[in-house]
Write a protein that binds this ligand. Structure first.
Ligand code: SF4
Ligand code: FES
Length: 242
């Protein structure tokens, strides 16, 4: 390795499940981000390497991977800021690998859907005009609406690693996002779900999910707020004799 190159070491998995690391030398003056390094590899060194990406600007959520042991978005990770010329790339933990750096994201979205991530109304939904919301009301849930469904928080979560049925940090941040929406009337349904066995009670508040989140969603704090909402919900049921 010369001082003008990065050494990419990429974990690979082939169709037969064989795992190995492939080493590639990438010229520093040709790339800025880690994703650009991987694209350089696929275009110039090895067309068989599989990488998933789209927007290249931390919006689509598709380029999550482990970079030197930490879950990160490859498109927003600047190679020169890693503090080393050796860059180890691995697929996200806690997901099945389809090939190389491409993981099966379907279970993530199945969990996300479990939290009913949409506006629920008790009325018939026929209104003379749109449901209005003030800027202050929007601010209540804005932070939790920034999630790009990248799945990094599931990689970071130690509970997901031992309990695949745990709803997980992203889905619960999604639950809070809709529970805090002034137009929504569905929190009573969502709180039943997150008060269940695989909901907030499984979280140990390690906070790794919030550290990994590239968009500042802070799922760990969301889960704490949900615990409080969930407790009020259960107390309310006692008073209503449900
Ligand atoms: S909460 Fe953050 S880390 Fe988790 S999926 Fe959303 S954006 Fe990604
Ligand atoms: S390529 Fe879209 S988030 Fe990285």
């Amino acid at each position: 390795m010369t001082r003008t190159e990065y050494e990419f070491s990429v974990k690979r998995k082939d169709d037969r499940g064989n795992v190995r690391y492939s080493r590639y030398m990438v010229p520093k003056d040709r790339i800025s981000t880690v994703l650009e390094g991987l694209i350089y590899i696929t275009e110039n060194l090895d067309q068989t390497l599989s990488v998933r990406y789209s927007c290249r600007m931390e919006i689509c959520g598709s380029c999550g991977m482990e970079i030197n042991g930490k879950p990160k978005m490859a498109c927003s990770t600047i190679a020169s800021k890693l503090g080393t010329d050796k860059i180890r790339i691995e697929p996200l933990k806690h997901y099945d690998v389809v090939k190389d750096l491409v993981v099966d994201i379907d279970p993530f979205f199945e969990k996300y859907r479990e939290g009913l991530p949409y506006i629920i109304r008790d009325d018939d939904g026929n209104y003379a005009s749109e449901l209005k919301q003030t800027p202050e009301e929007f601010k209540e849930y804005e932070k939790y609406s920034m999630c790009i469904k990248c799945g990094l928080c599931l990689d970071a979560c130690p509970i997901v690693g031992t309990d695949p049925d745990y709803i997980g940090p992203a889905a619960m941040a999604g639950v809070l996002r809709y529970n805090l929406d002034s137009r929504d009337q569905g929190s009573k349904y969502r709180l039943e779900i997150i008060n269940g066995e695989e909901g907030t009670s499984r979280c140990h508040f390690v906070g790794e999910c919030s550290e990994a989140c590239p968009k500042g969603v802070d799922p760990s704090f969301a889960i704490q707020l949900l615990r409080s909402q969930g407790l009020k919900h259960e107390i309310g049921k006692i008073f209503r004799r449900e």
